[in-house]
Design a protein around this ligand. Structure first.
Ligand code: G
Ligand code: MN
Length: 388
């Protein structure tokens, strides 16, 4: 299949220029011609081209410099360079700047026509690849930082919060809800992809701020006495907005438990103890998340002195059939409760038999699909579920 491309042709030699232009028009393409590099750069500012063909030896700006300037603004457009005086140096520099083909004069007409055709096809393919990313919604997977940044901005505006109850078995009620980030953008299928992009872009703080604003907005729908558990990335502890008295979440800090995962280290955070102190004076309580899955060390637990610890799902799931898990949890629950004044929450409870085993071990606060899946505010917990 052939299609008409738009080609920019640059040569200071009028004879060559009109000869090439004729050949290219004969192939069914549009040609714009310029006699100098600067003039050609001007044309590139005003419209887009599918291919640039340029002489190398020209007054004012040679073809290699022209190529270098093109690359500063457009990484994709193919450039064919032609020279009557080939040198090793100009060939090497042309390759460095991403020349598509390097021809010496006299140019073989068939080889030239082939190169033009191939360059146009590849450029078209590059465009279609970009369109494909848009229609599949996979543009988040691109490693082009600017494109990632743009799709991240778009995704940030579409995030919503799901909530999952943390139930008290004894009281048969939702003791609290954990707020969980959900993506509303197919370019980022889930929270992990959003977090990954935020990390790569250095945008964890704006993400954390958005999440806290969304949680605060949902909070008025919650009945009095029910707590809100909110995940905080260690990077959030470094964000001054978290400590601002007029920040959205500060107004309800007394009902909020910030969960800090054991999977990430908090050791590198500046003035950690002072920051924890400020959070407490704002009214926040703290939880250590994913206990048993992260660093085996004591740093997170000792520095945070959390009011809650959340047992990781890996320790919870299948506990009814595991003596090893049972003996660990049997030791953790009274130690936390009696010696450390920390309440234990078991996460990821999916099965009735695990629920019964946990209850038997003194673990009253439970969270998991067995009671409710995370959903828009605020899903009801069910206590009647039997075998999952
Ligand atoms: O790391 P953190 O504990 O915050 O992770 C919570 C995640 O676990 C959420 O994405 C939530 O959807 C998921 N989750 C909640 N309950 C269950 C459960 O019972 N089983 C499994 N497999 N995942 C769960
Ligand atoms: Mn959590």
């Amino acid at each position: 299949m052939t299609f008409g491309g738009r080609i920019l042709l640059v040569d200071d030699d009028d004879g060559f220029r009109s000869a090439y232009a004729r050949v290219i028009r004969g192939m069914g393409h549009d040609v714009e011609a310029a006699a100098r590099g600067p003039q050609a750069l001007g044309l590139l500012e005003t419209r887009s081209f599918d291919l640039v063909i340029s002489d190398i030896s020209m007054p004012e700006m040679d073809g290699v410099e022209f190529l270098r300037r093109i690359r500063q603004r457009d990484a994709d457009v193919p450039v064919i360079l032609v020279t009557g005086a080939p040198t090793f140096d100009s060939a090497v520099r042309s390759i460095e700047h991403g020349v598509f083909r390097y021809f010496t004069k006299p140019v073989d007409r068939d080889a030239f026509a082939d190169a033009v055709k191939r360059a146009l096809s590849l450029h078209r393919l590059a465009r279609l690849k970009r369109e494909a990313l848009e229609v599949t919604g996979l543009s988040g997977a691109t490693n082009d930082r600017e494109a990632l940044s743009r799709s991240f901005d778009a995704a940030l505006g579409k995030i919503w919060m799901a909530f999952q109850p943390i139930v008290s078995l004894r009281e048969r009620r939702a003791f609290a809800f954990e707020a969980l980030m959900r993506s509303g953008d197919p370019a980022f299928p889930g929270p992990m992809e959003i977090l990954g992009a935020a990390e790569r872009l250095g945008r964890l703080s704006p993400l954390g701020r958005s999440l806290r604003r969304l949680v605060a907005a949902a909070a008025p729908g919650l009945s009095d006495g029910t707590l809100l558990f909110v995940n905080a990335h260690p990077a959030d502890l470094d964000d001054d907005e978290l400590y601002a008295a007029d920040a959205p979440l500060s107004a309800i800090a007394g009902r909020v438990v910030l969960e800090i995962t054991e999977r990430a280290s908090v050791e590198h955070i500046r003035d950690l103890d002072a920051r924890i102190g400020r959070l407490r004076s704002l009214g926040y309580r703290l939880a250590v998340d994913d206990l048993g899955a992260g660093y085996a060390g004591l740093t997170t637990l000792t520095r945070l002195s959390p009011e809650f610890v959340k047992l990781d799902a890996a320790l919870v799931q299948g506990i009814h059939a595991s003596q090893g898990k049972q003996s660990v949890v049997r030791a953790i629950v009274p130690l936390c409760r009696d010696e450390l004044s920390m309440r234990v929450i078991a996460e990821g409870v999916e099965r009735f038999d695990d629920r019964e085993t946990l209850a038997g071990l003194g673990c009253d606060l439970l969270q998991g699909f067995l009671f409710a899946r995370p959903a828009p505010p605020f899903p009801r917990a069910r206590f009647d579920a039997l075998e999952a």
